[in-house]
Design a protein around this ligand. Structure first.
Ligand code: ADP
Ligand code: ADP
Length: 213
């Protein structure tokens, strides 16, 4: 099953994608996680994109499209995948339709006020991408990853100025992606303002519907 999660930063796409992907035994492919891993490992790609990520701008389409096209060709992606954070522009959505089949696009609807609360309290385990929230989804021990015990960090782009800018970029570049999929009937919407369990249950129902087609 090939699924896309789209919605503003902080809507909870990554949190839910990790859970659904584990249930379905398919990869959760987050372009943001791939870029951050390259930055940590100081690869050529990482050096190219570090400034862009820190500022909340988008990485150029061509580079991002090549990265995803390559990732979807790996053997672990042949039985399905969840794409989280891609496509983020209409150009990326059109390109994806050239090299992959998309079964369903899930739009995470949420307002800006809630997004700001979520991103402000987000903490991540850099090596795995595991994500927590200091209030809404806290780790067992504050400041430390449940599985490895390693320290959690706050992302550079989760500072207030970068959050504001990312929301602007979302409205300008990514909102058209939602329209793109709506036009041909591939879009389904979830109320992403619910607690995590509620969003997860809604996603499970969507997955079941797609499986029964
Ligand atoms: P969020 O938590 O805001 O959804 P992500 O982890 O998905 O953030 O993305 C972090 C950053 O990585 C983005 O602000 C952008 O700089 C870059 N990025 C991720 N996916 C894409 C994409 N599809 N196209 C361009 N840039 C991207
Ligand atoms: P995205 O991938 O869309 O940027 P994340 O999955 O990283 O969003 O979630 C953003 C923050 O909000 C994280 O700190 C996460 O723990 C928290 N969060 C995710 N889903 C919910 C939810 N349904 N209710 C409350 N907090 C949530």
């Amino acid at each position: 099953m090939n699924l896309i999660f789209v919605g503003p930063p902080g809507a909870g796409k990554g949190t839910i994608a990790a859970k659904i992907a584990a249930e379905l035994s398919i990869p959760h492919i987050s372009t943001g996680d791939i870029f951050r891993q390259n930055i940590r490992e100081q690869t050529e790609l990482g050096k190219k994109v570090k400034q862009i990520l820190d500022s909340g701008e988008l990485v150029p389409d061509e580079l991002t499209i090549d990265l995803v096209s390559d990732r979807l060709s790996h053997s672990d992606a042949q039985a399905g995948w969840i794409l989280d954070g891609f496509p983020r522009t209409e150009t990326q959505a059109e390109a994806l339709d050239e090299f992959a089949r998309v079964d369903e696009v899930v739009f995470f609807r949420i307002d800006d006020e809630e997004v700001v609360k979520r991103l402000g309290g987000r903490r991540v385990h850099p090596a795995s991408g595991r994500t927590y929230h200091i209030e809404f989804d806290p780790p067992k021990e504050p400041g430390f990853d449940d599985e490895t015990g390693e320290p959690l960090i706050r992302r550079e782009d989760d500072e207030p100025d970068a959050i504001r800018h990312r929301l602007e970029v979302y409205r300008k570049e990514t909102a058209p992606v939602v329209d793109y999929y709506q036009r041909d009937g591939r879009l389904v919407e979830v109320d992403a303002a619910q607690p995590i369990e509620g969003v997860f249950e809604d996603l499970r129902a969507i997955v079941e519907e797609v499986q029964n087609r």
